[in-house]
Design a protein. Structure first.
Ligand SMILES: *Cc1c(COP(=O)(O)O)cnc(C)c1O
Length: 424
C-alpha cells in the first residue's frame, strides 16, 4: 500500500525522506481512529497526549456546536463572555490558583508563565534573572519554551538565540530502583547551589517528564524541591500541559505530589483534546503585582484568539465530564498494573514505570539512546499491524490511552506490545 504524499503539507516533527507517508484518517470514535485504508486503530497515545475522553465525544461536540451558533469569537480586551467566565471559575476551583490568562497552546502557556515570573520580580523593583529548569525537560517549541527545555538535536540550530538557564538533574526512577535516594540527594544539592544565585523561577513537569522520555520522579522529591524553591523566594512554575486533567491519576500531578505551584501552564487535555487552547494559572499574590497606574506594571501580552468561546465551551464540557466520573482517571493506574507487571518480566524490558494513565518502559536494545534508536520504529510498525497506534520516543515505549478505552482495547494494546517485543 503506497500512499502519495500531499505536495502542500509540511508535517510536524517528521523527516519525510526517511518516514512512511501519513495515512488518511476519516473519523474517530472513542479510542478508535478509522482510516481510509486498513482497519480501525486504537489510539494508544491519545493523539499526542491530548485526547482525554475519546475522539468525537458527543457531549463536547454538542457544547462546541451550540457555542458556535451563538458566539464563535470576540476580542477579549474590551469584552468578556460566559464560557470564559465559567471556565475561569472551574479552573480556579480545581487548581487553587485564582487568576487565569489565556493563550493558544502548551508552548505559549509556558511562555506566559515565564514572562509573568520575570516581570513579577521587575514590577516589585527587585529584578531577578535566573531561571532554573531540569535536565530532560520539554516545555514546547517556541523560543522561551525551547530555552528552558533540554537542549538537543531539535533546538541545536537556534542554540545561540536561547537564553541561559541553570540546570538540575532529574532523578527519574522506576520499579525496583535501588539508586533513587542517591539520585535525589545529588539533584537537590545541585538545586541548592543554583538557588544561591537570585532566581526568578524554577520550572518543572510535576511527576512526569513527557517528551524527555516518559520519566517519573517521586512526590517526596518534588516536595523537597518546593521547600528549597520557596525558601529562596523563587516562584515555582508547574508545566502541567501533559500531566493535567487526570493524566497522572489525580486532577493535577502537582496535587498528587503534594506541591503548590505559584504558576501553572495547562493545555492538551484542557479542552478534552478537542480544540487548541492554553491557559496560565497564577496566584492572586502574583496578579496583584501587575496592578497600578504605572503602565509599565501591565502584562503587555495577548493573543488574537484569547479565550476563544469554542475552546472555552469545550473545556467546560470536558471538566464536567471529569467531575462526573473521577474514577475514570483515579482508577486507571490499577487497570495498567497487572499487564505492566507481566511485561516487566520480558527480557527486552527495563525501567518499568507507571503513573496514572501513563505506563512506560525502556527497550533493552543496542545502538543510540533517544529519538534516533531504530528499535522504536520497528515496535511501532508491528503494533500497527495488530491494530494499535504507538509512537515510541526512541527506545522508550509507552501507553497513554484516552480515559474511555475499554478493557478489551487495553488488553489488545498490551498484546500488541508483547508481540512486537517478541518479534524485534
Ligand atoms: C506538549 C507539551 C508542551 C507544548 O505544548 P504545545 O501545545 O505542543 O505547544 C509543553 N509542555 C509539556 C510538558 C508538553 O508535554
Amino acid at each position: 500500500m503506497t500512499i502519495q504524499r500531499h505536495p502542500n503539507l509540511w508535517p510536524p516533527f517528521t523527516q519525510i525522506a526517511t518516514t512512511a507517508s501519513p495515512q488518511r484518517v476519516t473519523a474517530g470514535e472513542g479510542a478508535l481512529l478509522f482510516r481510509e485504508q486498513g482497519g480501525p486503530l486504537i489510539d494508544a497515545i491519545s493523539s499526542w497526549w491530548v485526547t482525554l475522553h475519546g475522539h468525537a465525544h458527543p457531549v463536547i461536540a454538542e457544547a462546541v456546536a451550540d457555542q458556535a451558533r451563538r458566539l464563535e469569537q470576540v476580542i477579549f480586551a474590551d469584552f468578556t463572555h460566559e464560557p470564559a467566565e465559567q471556565l475561569a471559575i472551574r479552573l480556579s476551583g480545581i487548581t487553587g490558583l485564582q487568576r487565569l490568562f489565556f493563550s493558544d497552546n502548551g508552548s505559549t502557556a509556558v511562555e506566559v508563565a515565564l514572562k509573568i515570573a520575570c516581570q513579577w520580580w521587575a514590577n516589585r523593583g527587585q529584578p531577578r534573572h535566573q531561571i532554573v529548569a531540569f535536565d530532560g525537560a520539554y516545555h514546547g517549541d517556541t523560543f522561551g519554551a525551547m530555552a528552558v527545555g533540554e537542549r538537543n538535536l531539535f533546538s541545536a540550530p537556534f542554540e545561540d538565540k536561547l537564553f541561559p538557564v541553570a540546570r538540575v538533574p532529574w532523578p527519574s526512577t522506576w520499579w525496583n530502583d535501588s539508586e533513587v535516594n542517591t539520585k535525589e540527594a545529588a539533584s537537590l544539592q545541585v538545586l541548592e547551589a543554583a538557588l544561591e544565585t537570585p532566581t526568578a523561577a524554577v520550572i518543572l513537569e510535576p511527576l512526569l517528564q513527557g517528551a524527555g522520555g516518559m520519566t517519573i520522579v517521586r512526590p517526596e522529591f518534588l516536595q523537597e524541591v518546593e521547600i528549597r524553591t520557596k525558601t529562596s523566594g523563587a516562584l515555582l512554575i508547574a508545566d502541567e500541559v501533559l500531566t493535567g486533567f487526570g493524566r497522572c491519576g489525580d486532577w493535577f500531578a502537582s496535587r498528587r505530589a503534594g506541591i503548590r505551584p505559584d504558576l501553572m501552564a495547562l493545555s492538551k487535555g484542557l479542552t478534552g483534546g478537542c480544540l487548541p487552547m492554553g491557559v496560565t494559572m497564577a496566584s492572586e499574590a502574583i496578579f496583584e503585582a501587575f496592578i497600578g497606574k504605572d503602565p509599565s506594571l501591565t502584562l503587555w501580552h495577548g493573543h488574537s484568539f484569547t479565550a476563544n468561546p469554542l475552546g472555552c465551551a469545550a473545556a467546560v464540557a470536558s471538566i464536567t465530564l471529569l467531575e462526573t466520573n473521577p474514577a475514570a482517571f483515579q482508577n486507571f493506574e490499577a487497570r495498567h498494573r497487572p499487564y505492566l507487571k507481566r511485561l516487566d518480566q520480558h527480557p527486552r524490558v527495563e525501567r518499568t514505570r507507571l503513573v496514572g494513565t501513563v505506563a512506560a518502559f525502556d527497550l533493552v536494545v543496542k545502538g543510540p539512546a533517544g529519538y534516533l534508536n531504530p528499535a522504536g520504529p520497528a515496535i511501532k510498525r508491528i503494533a500497527m499491524e495488530h491494530g494499535v497506534f504507538l509512537r515510541p520516543l526512541g527506545q522508550v515505549i509507552y501507553l497513554l490511552p484516552p480515559l474511555c478505552i475499554s478493557d478489551a482495547q487495553l488488553a489488545q494494546c498490551y498484546e500488541a506490545v508483547g508481540t512486537a517485543l517478541d518479534q524485534i
